[in-house]
Design a protein. Structure first.
Ligand SMILES: Nc1ncnc2c1ncn2[C@@H]1O[C@H](COP(=O)(O)OP(=O)(O)O)[C@@H](O)[C@H]1O
Ligand SMILES: [Mg+2]
Length: 403
């Protein structure tokens, strides 16, 4: 059996050889067909050595996408590293169906063996992580029985599609619930409760709450899309976070007092300025503190802290780390990674009752990413939660600190 690299080399040679044959046919000085063929053959040999086994192997390995050459009986003839990883360690000489178990994939290749016609099919991998590929197969020309199989990763496109669909479904659902409540109460007020003064007052209060919730949801959606729109434009203005944090602390202190709660401010005497968008930092702080209030316990404190965070290496940028800590019931580890997804809530009913939109942390995540900062959420059940984010220090002030 001719090996795959020979075939690729041969394919390139035969194209070049074709050109040579035409050129030679018009060559008056070389009317001798035998001579022409000899020249073609030597060119062929020359190319063969130029594009030897090792070169072709390297080309196949260098490809960023999984590629295999297989035989008629579906034995693997050649496989590159990408394909080997994707298919869980398949090597030359092994039977492909043992490794390629995705529905429809092997059938697609079999159909190429039988019909000799190229085909493409979408295949889905569920482990170790969900992945989607277009699998293509075609007979290798001039090589009886060898089939070229390649895969194109389309995971990103598929997940984006799904996210878009989910997002629209979520938004509709979130808006429909308060809207249904509003419609229900309007009907009640028009009919059975038309003359009931006490019911009217009570219902109007609920209606006003629901309408505010819809307004908040729309506000959050709009700010999310605005943030996403300029996510690639880094903020460039210097910001002194010290006064911002103490103002924030003071304004919340008044609100918390009513609930027998308090806010601890732990802000160092001096902090370097950071590069940040003031309004967006305020929005982050507001979202985090209101979560700490909503999911914290009555009678407990909330700590708002700021500190300098040096980089791992001296050349790394210095950051200011700002954190909000509550003494609430905490979040289970399985929920932690999903909190920044849009509309993800540990307890939806509770979040809604508290007036939450489920978008607060998604907004926080996008703002922090735009600032090239880092967001971390740490929590212990029954103890509390710390949400922290970092903001890069203004480069000139960077030196002042490390000095
Ligand atoms: N400090 C916290 N303590 C406990 N759970 C929290 C805390 N912050 C956020 N969560 C959980 O994360 C979810 C998402 O938060 P968020 O995006 O702000 O939406 P919302 O507060 O509107 O529900 C909340 O519903 C809640 O379950
Ligand atoms: Mg929130």
């Amino acid at each position: 059996m001719i090996v795959a690299e020979d075939m690729l080399a041969a394919a390139i040679c035969s194209t070049l050889a074709g050109i040579v044959v035409i050129a030679v046919a018009y060559d008056n000085e070389a009317r001798d067909l035998q001579g022409a063929l000899r020249r073609v053959r030597s060119l062929n040999d020359e190319l063969h050595t130029k594009l030897g086994h090792d070169t072709v192997r390297q080309i196949i390995e260098a490809l960023d996408e999984p590629l295999l050459v297989i035989e008629r009986d579906l034995t693997v003839h050649r496989v590159n590293e990408k394909a080997r990883t994707l298919l869980g360690g398949v090597f030359e000489g092994e039977a492909l169906p043992m490794f390629l178990r995705q529905p429809g994939a092997v059938e697609a290749i079999r159909s190429v063996v039988e019909s000799g016609r190229p085909t493409e099919r979408e295949v889905q991998f569920l482990t170790p992580v969900e992945a989607h590929y277009i699998l293509g197969a075609r007979p290798l020309e001039g090589e009886d029985g060898l089939i070229l199989v390649w895969m194109r990763d389309i995971t990103k496109a598929r997940l984006t599609d799904r996210m878009r669909v989910d997002f629209i479904a979520n938004v509709s659902h979130e808006l429909r619930t308060p809207l249904a409540t509003l419609i229900g109460f309007i009907e009640t007020l028009q009919g059975p409760a038309a003359k009931d003064e006490a019911a009217r007052t009570r219902f109007l209060k609920i209606m006003s709450d629901e309408a505010s919730r819809m307004a908040r949801l729309i506000d959050d959606l709009l700010s999310l899309s605005r943030i996403e729109m300029d996510k690639h434009v880094r903020p460039s203005t210097p910001l002194d976070v010290r006064p911002l944090l103490s103002q924030m602390g003071q304004s919340y202190a008044v609100r918390l007092e009513a609930d027998n709660r308090f806010i601890n401010l732990r802000i160092p005497e001096s902090l370097p300025r950071v590069i940040a968008d003031r309004d967006q930092v305020l929005q982050v702080l507001h979202n985090l503190i209101s979560n700490a209030i909503k999911y914290g316990r009555s009678g407990t404190g909330i700590t708002l802290e700021a500190a300098i965070q040096p980089g791992t290496f001296p050349s790394d940028p210095v950051h200011v780390r700002i954190s909000v800590t509550d003494e609430g019931e905490g979040i289970t580890p399985e929920n932690l990674p999903r909190l920044t997804e849009r509309f993800y809530r540990v307890d939806s009913a509770r979040s809604r009752k508290m007036g939450g939109t489920g978008l607060g942390l998604a907004i926080v995540k996008h703002i922090v990413e735009r600032h090239r900062g880092e967001l971390t959420i740490e929590s212990r059940l029954g103890v509390g939660t710390t949400v922290a984010f970092t903001l890069p220090v203004l480069p000139a002030e960077d030196n002042a600190i490390s000095a």
